[in-house]
Design a protein around this ligand. Structure first.
Ligand code: 3H9
Length: 696
């Protein structure tokens, strides 16, 4: 026994209580303690049953992810599970909070399972680039059938206790103290002389069309391997005897453990949690937030207001006249109706938000009590400055004044007020009530408690908040601008936008840059190009074909045509036949002889441009750490989670290889492909981006 497993005797039941806060992860010590606990219970005269229960807020959240990538130490979890199941004693699991991954596998090794009504169960290993590796793919199909098991394992989705009961994964639901309930259940089972019930002895479930399932899951995963591999593991549970199935599962698990995808996804898991931990802000209390103001009720302002309402904040939204304000209310109402439809809020909550929590006004004076105001008006410095002048006049002392600008200089906006320390950028992504990313843009003068308030708001709204410094485009849009240019250059030199989109979708992006531009609206990038044109370095290459599309009124999805053409109401288009002739005309005018690009070269150039600019953003201190950039791209730009982010991708590729790419490409365009100083420095020191993450 050890300090991770408490042993107690209650009559003829032995209780093994896991005590490994915060979530009872199955670390080496816990696994050892469970083995020893089972030995002790079996040797303890008079004990007839064992109850497994977790202390604190969860039964077990799974294997200890921090141990992944290190040499696995005995006892291994599959052996612990088999040991539990094979016990001659009756084994009961009492589940509360979460039972995830190895946690559910331990429970499935018990002979009976009881759970709290709000308990959550799941096998989320695919989100870590893995499959269950301690019998989950063999035991779950035996208790719940192949369909339910495939659904849970390939999606990693969590299931609430009532659904788990209906699936046969648990035997009973009861509210109360997990240990007391588990004890009563174990005693009742003993009283009824219930038999041991090892899942491994249950009959194998019925087969399905495995190849079709494999192909469907592979397609849906956009290049992610583990969900498809999970289909093969479940197949083994049907086609092989239990022990052979376990071996097959173990082999697949070990193979996946060695993949880059596993590393990328585990990086994402920890980075998502580390991103909001802000060195230097420890102990700094955020300002109180009960009511917020939003200036502007367009798509962005309405989305921000919706997010704030959904989080329980009061919202005062300012528009220029009553008619426009009513249109904003319509947008918010439609957003909330979506939340109601998805079961996120009740009808009463929706009514309360619209009738009481939301106030629409046309006079800035209505903001006098707001704790924080977010401006979401037209992207133009003069307009923003006018708004901030008025806010400065009406807002109470201590109110946080935020701008949702996506690229303007927040220092300049702040300087136009008498309270620059209270000014911050809060850059939401559209639709703001859905997208998880929030860039918290900190100016030279923003005070620490205002920064803390930005992060507190992000947390309250359920966002992944990332600190960014001031520059054109902050972290995300600045890097986007660079990799979009790389795509543009490839189009000028011979690739088609459609080949580029397809290659990047194969890499795992939700969408390629041209399909994405169609979705965002080609007019947005067009306006940006016009804004930048006077400041552009003469060596910069910028294609004109997209301008030609815009001049013809093709702004992408919203006009039915852009790089692709869209049938009425369709979001997936077919290549616009006019695009290639525009591009060919431009190549001819520039004297470019087009050449072929392979898909691999397209991906390599696009990623190299992204990672090189990301390195520059970190080197300049715009992002604090490489992982901050990774999270921005993951949560705001459709970057494939299984690569962990552009700088994790760079680490996995190897920084010398990345630098060699950049230097090779620089032979064609020395201006665009200038290596980032930080990249050069890390290569010369033999270090990588993760070393910087670890250094904080
Ligand atoms: C597995 O089980 C493989 C097996 O099939 C086979 C093995 C052979 N390990 O998220 P939170 C930490 S794979 C280590 O902020 P919440 C987390 O880092 C595993 N640490 O809280 C954080 O630490 P810190 C399958 C873990 O309430 C703290 O706990 N299981 C683990 O929002 C609090 O976490 C999973 O994939 C872990 N397994 O959410 C479950 N889990 O405070 C992954 C959490 O230092 N975990 N921590 O930043 C989760 O989904 C969420 O963390 C959970 C709690 C829902 C549990």
């Amino acid at each position: 026994m050890n300090d991770k497993i408490a042993y107690a005797r209650h009559g003829n039941v032995a209780v093994l209580r896991l005590e490994n806060p915060p979530v009872n992860a199955l670390s080496h010590a816990v696994r050892g303690g469970l083995m020893a606990g089972m030995d002790r219970a079996e040797a303890d005269t008079g004990v007839r049953a064992v109850l497994l229960v977790g202390a604190g807020r969860a039964f077990i959240a799974g294997a200890d992810i921090k141990e992944f990538g290190k040499t696995p130490l005995e006892p291994h979890l599959p052996d612990v599970c088999n040991r539990i199941e094979a016990s001659p004693l009756l084994v009961v699991a009492s589940m509360h909070g979460v039972s995830l991954g190895g946690g559910l596998e331990v429970a499935l090794s018990a002979h009976y399972r009881i759970a709290q009504p709000d308990a959550r169960l799941g096998l989320p290993e695919v989100h870590l680039g893995l499959i269950p590796g301690a019998g989950g793919t063999q035991r779950l199909p035996r208790v719940a059938g192949v369909e339910a098991a495939l659904d849970m394992i390939t999606t990693g989705r969590h299931v609430m206790a009532p659904e788990a009961l209906a699936m046969g994964v648990i035997d009973q639901i009861e509210a109360g103290d997990p240990e007391a309930i588990g004890l009563a259940y174990a005693k009742a089972l003993l009283y009824e002389e219930a038999a041991r019930r090892p899942v491994s002895e249950m009959p194998a479930p019925a087969p399905v069309d495995w190849d079709a399932r494999y192909a469907a899951v592979l397609r849906k995963g956009r290049g992610q391997i583990s969900p498809a591999q999970a289909v093969r593991a479940v197949q083994a549970s049907v086609e092989m005897p239990f022990d052979a199935g376990l071996k097959a599962e173990r082999a697949m698990f070990r193979e996946l453990m060695e993949t880059d995808q596993r590393q990328g996804m585990i990086h994402a898991f920890f980075a998502e949690r580390a991103v909001s931990n802000l060195p230097g802000l420890e102990g700094i209390a955020p300002r109180a937030l009960t009511g917020v103001g939003v200036i502007g009720g367009g798509t962005m302002g309405a989305g921000i207001a919706t997010a704030a309402l959904l989080s329980g904040l009061r919202v005062c939204l300012i528009e220029r006249d009553t008619a426009v304000a009513e249109a904003a209310r319509g947008r918010i109402s439609a957003n909330l109706a979506g939340a109601l439809k998805r079961g996120k809020i009740s009808q009463e909550q929706q009514d309360a938000m619209l009738d009481h929590a939301l106030v629409l006004a046309t006079d800035y004076a209505a903001l006098k009590d707001a704790d924080l105001v977010i401006e979401a008006v037209f992207e133009e410095m003069a307009t923003k400055k006018t708004v901030f002048k008025q806010l400065d006049k009406v807002c109470k002392p201590g109110a946080v004044l935020a701008t949702n600008t996506s690229y303007l200089d927040v220092n300049e906006i702040a300087a136009g007020t008498s309270r620059a320390g209270d000014v911050i950028g809060l850059h939401f992504f559209s639709p703001a009530h859905v997208m998880k990313l929030l860039e918290v843009v900190v100016t030279d003068q923003t005070t620490p408690d205002v920064v803390a308030t930005g992060f507190a708001l992000g947390k309250r709204l359920g966002k992944v908040a990332v600190r960014a410094g001031v520059c054109d485009g902050f972290i995300g849009n600045r890097i986007l601008n660079t990799y979009r240019s790389a795509a543009d250059h490839m189009v000028l030199d011979g690739a088609s936008p459609f080949q580029i989109d397809a290659a990047l979708a194969d890499f795992g992006f939700a969408m390629g840059p041209f399909a994405m531009a169609d979705l965002a609206g080609l007019d947005i990038a067009w306006a940006m190009r016009k804004r930048r044109a006077p400041h552009l370095d003469s060596r910069a290459r910028v294609g004109k074909y997209a301008d030609r599309l815009c001049e013809a009124g093709h702004f992408g999805q919203k006009t039915g045509a852009g790089f692709y053409t869209y049938e009425q109401g369709q979001r997936v288009g077919t290549p616009n036949p006019d695009v290639m002739s525009l591009i060919e005309a431009e190549r001819a005018a520039r004297g470019i002889t087009p050449r072929d690009f392979t898909d691999a070269e397209i991906t390599r150039r696009y990623m190299a441009a992204m990672a090189n600019e990301a390195a520059r953003v970190v080197g300049e201190g715009i992002a604090r750490r490489p992982l901050d950039v990774d999270m921005v791209l993951l949560f705001g730009y459709g970057f494939p989670r299984f690569w962990g982010g552009p700088l994790k991708w760079a680490d996995l590729l190897g920084l010398p290889a990345l630098l060699a790419d950049v230097e090779r490409f620089a032979q064609e365009d020395v201006f665009f492909w200038e290596p980032a100083p930080l990249l050069q420095q890390l290569v010369s020191e033999g270090r990588n981006f993760d070393d910087l993450n670890k250094a904080g």
